[in-house]
Design a protein around this ligand. Sequence first.
Ligand code: KIV
Length: 264
Amino acid sequence: MITTKTILAQKGKQKIVMLTAYDAITAAMAARAKVDIILVGDSLADTALGYPNTLPISLEAMYHHAAAVARASGEALVVFDLPFLADCGDIPRDVERAGHALKACGCHAVKLEGGAYRVPFIQALVERGIPVMGHLGLMPQHVHRYGGMFVQGRGDAAERLLLEAKALEDAGIFALVLECVPEELGGMVSEAIKVPTIGIGAGRSCDGQVQVIADLLGLLDGKLPKHAKRYALLFEQGARAVESYVDDVRSLRFPEESNCFGDQ
Ligand code: KIV
């Protein structure tokens, strides 16, 4: 089993591979390929559930999908992404909500977006045995504050991001996602902190990489973000397969005799 300890030990030795999964099917693909970490990302909202961004997804929907992922996750460490406004400063209640992902869904850790203001919550989670993965740089839950999805940490903002990373490290995170920051800053943060960095659009010096499975498999019929790489074209293949099925039914080629049942 991959544990948070395994992940920490991989820093400087072996690149960490993290991939999102949203159900038992995608989790089984990730598990068979032996990814280190499966992230039940809130990108579930704007990929599999058809929302325009990650904000509308509820905690209950996240729990439901997380439990399915955990059931098919094999040896991987399963990380639960806390959705938008899942915590609002009532620490005992917020810890319980995060803990439910471990206690009832079978996840092993939680991820949360945000910088130094998250420190008290992170400390409370870690003290109660809930490992935390941080998330800095582009934080999709802040899309309306940014006015879009843009690269973060350019210019003066780099120093601030570095300080935030150190604050999260001191609070007890076991790993840090860096999303859409300049490659040089990805390298600086990775050198400055002892816990592994896991980049998505954060360059080649990060200690690991994370991708959204819908991008990697080509499951969506849209433009690919610059930081992503498509390894398959499953939307295209799937849509063509369904077209063949539609043709077959309409032209009486399906079902065939072999698909039918006899008396015996
Ligand atoms: O929700 C998600 O998929 C994420 C990754 C982009 C890191 O947070």
